[in-house]
Design a protein around this ligand. Structure first.
Ligand SMILES: [Zn+2]
Length: 158
């Protein structure tokens, strides 16, 4: 049996239930910066619950349009709140999200970031209404020009 182990963590197991849930897009390019933001920017433990699908919180805005997607998310958040005692939810959207770009309805000039911000606000409002005593925060991640031509990632509270 021990021969089948291919890796052992350097970090000791921490069994404490996270009380923070992060909801973001799956886009792996942004993941390390999100993790850095959580730990360095917000000063929270890297051991948060993490829910990610392409487009982040978008399913929470689909109660009328695609109720199946909405309910998939709703049921899982409810289970986390009940099982882990979630007290804080951090929702993060990011620049150039391909989910939003591909699902865009209407002319190509449509303001994708505007739609993402609207969805963040709508999802946050639903969570605040549905779960009392939970703090919901919304952030937008985007790139800026850094020193020496390298781009950096900034997070704005929105
Ligand atoms: Zn994305």
């Amino acid at each position: 049996m021990a021969d089948s182990v291919v890796f052992q963590s350097a970090e000791a197991w921490d069994g404490e239930r996270p009380q923070t849930l992060v909801i973001s897009c799956v886009d792996g390019r942004w993941r390390p910066y999100i993790q850095e933001f959580l730990v360095q920017g917000l000063g929270i433990s890297p051991h948060t619950d993490f829910m990610a699908v392409p487009g982040g919180v978008e399913p929470l805005t689909l109660v009328d349009l695609i109720p199946k997607d909405f309910n998939f998310f709703r049921r899982r958040i409810e289970a986390l709140v009940a099982g882990h005692g979630t007290r804080r939810v951090i929702c993060i959207a990011h620049q150039d999200c391909s989910w939003y770009a591909e699902r865009k309805i209407g002319p190509v000039t449509i303001d994708l970031q505007g739609r993402q911000l609207k969805d963040l606000r709508r999802a946050a409002a639903w969570m605040r209404e549905t779960f009392q005593n939970i703090r919901v925060e919304t952030y937008f991640a985007r790139r800026i020009a850094g020193d020496g031509g390298a781009e950096k990632v900034v997070f704005e509270a929105v």
